[in-house]
Design a protein around this ligand. Structure first.
Ligand code: GDP
Ligand code: MG
Length: 388
């Protein structure tokens, strides 16, 4: 039988983001190695993180791209966000719940297009705290690294992160992974910076339960399991819940986090929910599990949207009324018609107000962040201002 999850420290969700090949996965592996030596993590090697197998190797497992570890003061779920084209899907599904992010910047290469794009998106989806890992510091020249640091601080300031106050830690994921004491110490310093700079998030425990579905699995002999991060509220084994999108009401018959059973999950937790009598093919990523009657899905809303500039990876031409991109809202991916009203056109780099009519109803509320995508590319990032 499995050991139950015991909540002894506050739980936070963080992730690594940044340009491809700057060392996110290596650093993630190095963090687990350094903490495994302290006895508060299990070492997760590079190829276990990068391969991200769908298979549930640890019972009812959650998205395996997450690793779990503890520092002296906190329990973390860490998602290694990929630095390529489908980053945004993960950003919205994962980072919408991120309490803080580690921006990985190669000290050898400096800011690259995805570095800037990820900072923009992090801001838009409400990641309020960033800590910078200036990685590959083992191979860089000091003066060059100083310049990269300045450049990163400027980028962060330009996007509202107060770059002068952001901790910037020079690390080497690769050398720390090799056990080099100078660089394992650098990873410890990075974790200390995360512990102290990323504040404990406010959890909406009193709000009605809501969980955006990230993945659906079948556990033979037990039924259908949905996984995701609890956005708000609390859920207990035995609770009735509604699956919006599937049009089903059911009962939660089991709860787990990182393979450990729990009797109660709360906002911020990464969990697997076993649902009674729900057919596997009726529930999909993008659906929402919520307290019955607590949310009404809608298709019309207005939003403030930042249209990414060309150098941030966005479009090279303006958009106008009649534009029909994909909207990534929580874990859902829905087509929508854009009406720019009197503004008429939105150029790359502009922030505009738009009315949107989605192709189907989804739970919406003011303040909700989303991404706008087209042809596999992120072209905008927005916030819902009103619904209906
Ligand atoms: P990701 O795409 O951001 O996840 O980057 P990876 O972790 O896959 O690393 C990309 C490449 O950079 C690999 O060849 C790593 O071995 C190398 N690398 C990662 N971290 C470091 C480091 O701290 N120092 C050096 N010199 N190379 C590194
Ligand atoms: Mg990687």
């Amino acid at each position: 039988s499995k050991t139950a999850y015991v909540r002894t420290k506050p739980h936070l969700n963080i992730g690594t983001m940044g340009h491809v090949d700057h060392g996110k996965t290596t650093l993630t592996a190095a963090i687990t190695k350094v903490l495994a030596e302290r006895g508060t993590s299990t070492f997760v090697p590079f190829d276990r993180i990068d391969r991200a197998p769908e298979e549930a190797a640890r019972g009812i497992t959650i998205n395996i791209a997450h690793v779990e570890y503890e520092t002296d003061t906190r329990h973390y779920a860490h998602v290694d966000l990929p630095g390529h084209a489908d980053f945004i899907k993960n950003m919205i599904t994962g980072a919408a719940q991120l309490d803080g992010a580690i921006l990985v910047v190669s000290a050898l290469d400096g800011i690259m297009p995805q570095t800037a794009e990820h900072v923009v998106l992090a801001r838009q989806v409400g990641v309020d705290h960033i800590v910078v890992a200036l990685n590959k510091a083992d191979a860089g020249d000091e003066e060059l690294i100083d310049l990269v640091e300045l450049e990163v601080r400027e980028l962060l300031t330009a996007h509202g992160y107060g770059g002068d106050a952001v901790p910037v830690v020079r690390v080497s994921g690769l050398r720390a992974l090799a056990g080099d004491p100078r660089w394992t110490a650098s990873v410890e310093a990075l974790l200390d910076a995360v512990d102290t700079y990323v504040p404990l998030p406010e959890r909406y425990l009193d709000a009605p339960f809501l969980l955006p579905v990230e993945n659906v699995l079948t556990i033979t002999g037990r039924g259908t399991v949905v996984t995701g991060a609890v956005e708000r509220g609390v859920v207990r084994v035995g609770d009735r819940v509604e699956v919006l999108g599937a049009g089903a009401e059911t009962v939660v018959t089991g709860l787990e986090t990182f393979g450990k059973p729990m009797s109660e999950a709360q906002a911020g937790d990464n969990v697997a929910l076993l649902l009674r009598g729900v057919a596997r093919d009726t529930v999909r990523r993008g659906h929402v599990v919520a307290a019955p009657g607590s949310v009404v899905p809608r298709r019309r809303f207005t939003a403030r949207v930042y249209v990414l500039s060309t150098h941030e990876g966005g479009r090279s031409t303006p958009v106008s009324t009649g534009y029909r991109p994909q909207f990534h809202i929580r874990t859902a991916d829905v087509v929508g018609d854009v009406d720019l009203g009197a503004t008429a056109v939105a150029r790359p780099g502009d922030t505009v107000t738009m009315a949107v009519e989605l192709g189907r109803d989804v739970p919406l509320e003011p303040g909700l962040g989303f991404a706008v995508r087209e042809g596999g590319r992120t072209v905008g990032a927005g916030t819902v201002t009103s619904v209906g």
